[in-house]
Design a protein around this ligand. Structure first.
Ligand SMILES: Cc1cc2nc3c(=O)[nH]c(=O)nc-3n(C[C@H](O)[C@H](O)[C@H](O)COP(=O)(O)O)c2cc1C
Length: 193
């Protein structure tokens, strides 16, 4: 950990730099991703906060080339072809939702909130930010064929894959400018407007 903080300082990248550096990479180099790097991303996701500390996630890393091809085909063919770029990613990570603690589930029902999806989104972003810090590109993919993905990896029908994250080294080294709403539109102090 200390070694990594040092590395961040060394390349002079603070948190906002990192948040800017992460973007959705849609074209990948044909180079494998070292396992230690993937493990570091999983560790970052593991440390994410969650409602009642439920940690309702499971990450399935698909890096075996034949299986990855098979999975990309199952996930993104047909109507979902706009995500075809995912075929170029050497790694696809499935984020599967898992049981919440009963307190988080009941709290969610009472409050009409889906805490599980919030938890998964936070963990996925931890994963992607860690990847960016390591010089890896990612893209979160919410559009995929759920049934075919489950079938390809023999995931039981009751399980739900919430996201797929494509991972690899970006083919293009330049970070695009962020298209974001202005701060004044997304925040206010002490009142709604
Ligand atoms: C929950 C979620 C689902 C997404 N699904 C897709 C997708 O299916 N295909 C895709 O190309 N991008 C997808 N994206 C990426 C967004 O389009 C992208 O994050 C957004 O346009 C902002 O761009 P940036 O990530 O480059 O900063 C998804 C992002 C999130 C958070």
């Amino acid at each position: 950990m200390v070694k990594y903080l040092y590395k961040l300082a060394e390349i002079n990248m603070n948190f906002l730099d990192l948040a800017n550096k992460r973007y959705s990479v849609r074209n990948y180099k044909d180079s494998p991703v070292p396992k230690e790097q993937l493990e570091r991303c999983i560790e970052a996701a593991r440390l994410a906060p969650s409602a009642c500390n439920s940690q309702p996630w499971k990450f399935i890393i698909v890096d075996q080339p034949q299986l990855r091809n098979h999975l990309a085909k199952a996930a993104f063919e047909g109507l979902l072809d706009f995500n075809h770029f995912a075929f170029s990613a050497p790694v696809l990570v499935l984020v599967v939702s898992q049981k919440q603690k009963i307190s988080a589930k009941l709290g969610g029902i009472v409050k009409g909130r889906d805490f599980r999806l919030m938890d998964i989104a936070i963990a996925a972003e931890h994963f992607c930010l860690q990847a960016a810090e390591l010089g890896l590109g990612t893209c979160m993919l919410g559009w995929f064929n759920q049934k075919k993905v489950r079938k390809t990896l023999s995931i039981p029908t009751l399980e739900r894959v919430e996201l797929i994250i494509s991972v690899g080294f970006a083919a293009n080294e330049t970070t695009p400018d962020k298209k974001r709403k202005p701060t004044s539109e997304i925040s206010s102090y002490n009142s709604f407007s």
